[in-house]
Design a protein around this ligand. Sequence first.
Ligand code: SF4
Length: 205
Amino acid sequence: MKAIALTTITYPIVETFHSIQGEGVWMGVNAFFIRLAGCDVHCPWCDQKESWPVQPYPQQSLEALGEAAKRANPAIVIITGGEPLMHNLDPLTAQLRGLGLRVHLETSGSHPFSGQFDWVTFSPKPFKLPHESIYPQVDELKVVITSQEDLQWAEHQAAQVPLKTIKYLQPEWNTPESQQLIFDYVLHHPDWRISLQVHKFLGVS
Ligand code: SF4
């Protein structure tokens, strides 16, 4: 079998950084982030708008990304964006897992699924509907809430993920009224939990 030429496969990278996972089940865990460039979902409240274009971000090789992740010695590697599923994630996850790293994905699911993951966080957005291939892969559902209508959207998405999925509602950071909305909802719907963006409270990336 022909070996993959690691230097010839590249991804457009907004940034890589070592921090903690700020949200959801793995909140507080030591994590190395790989933020891929490109997103065509265009949520109006997005806090990563700089990641929407693929240009002008530099391409980094599989080898370089693997080395950087391994050097950080994280508990988990999180592939995020942008919308990471705009890219074929099979080579990147094979590289990282081949180095013995635990690999997680954060996605809106708006493009066909690729890659092999130890954990998939699915954050669907009504601005571009999820591709059907995401639903069987989901470990954690996290829906950002700005309004009552978003709660209905959350239930519609929850009906399509595996039963084992852990379900979170997360207040939109710049919509303070969403906090009360979620609090009240979770008190009446015990199958949901609240996720907060702890990294923003700590003032870290
Ligand atoms: S899917 Fe994520 S990166 Fe894309 S616009 Fe929405 S919040 Fe921003």
